[in-house]
Design a protein around this ligand. Sequence first.
Ligand code: GRF
Length: 212
Amino acid sequence: MSRFPLGRTAHIAVLASGRGSNLEALLRAFPPDPPDTRALGAVCLVLSNRAAAPALAKARAAGVEARHVPYRDRDAFESEALAALEEAEVDLVCLAGFMRVLSPRFVRRFRGRLLNVHPSLLPAHRGLHAQRQALEAGDRESGCTVHFVDQGVDTGRIIVQRSVPVLDGDSEASLAERIREQEHVAFPEAVRRVLVGEVAADAEVRDRTEVR
Ligand code: GRF
């Protein structure tokens, strides 16, 4: 079990189902071949349940090993994913738009080393369509949360939050875009905090940065 800080460059894996803009932000912050031997972390593996996910192409273009792991069922997917993560000696796993719920077995295996980004200010609007939930609730403020993954859906300990205003006339898409820009700041920051040992799954640290 990895304990942070590791005293060496951490191996980071990213699981992504979609376009992979958060993956790109993580790749910028933690490139696969860091020029500095004292780099905190390097993205070394990207896995996707979707063969056509742009995230896989982006990973390959960046020179990172990228694998499609078919989602026949959760057990088969997780067994193959866990084997790949072990083979790559992964220390930290980032869920960056990974649209499947992981089993308790997987979550336990990476306890304290599994992070997710969610497009709301948790604990508000857990689960799917968080931006739609915010609009329907009439919220004037929204944002993103990076948190440790526990056994629940979007319930784990919060590491970083960044807020954005909800503007008159916002659509789900326009709000999602404004939130996503903040995810690209929040996710690398959360990874950095975990890797330096500033925050752990069992010790709460909150950082809310207002964006106006
Ligand atoms: C993000 O909005 C994230 O909050 C949600 O899925 C989206 C992924 O976007 N979980 P991308 O694939 O990183 O561009």
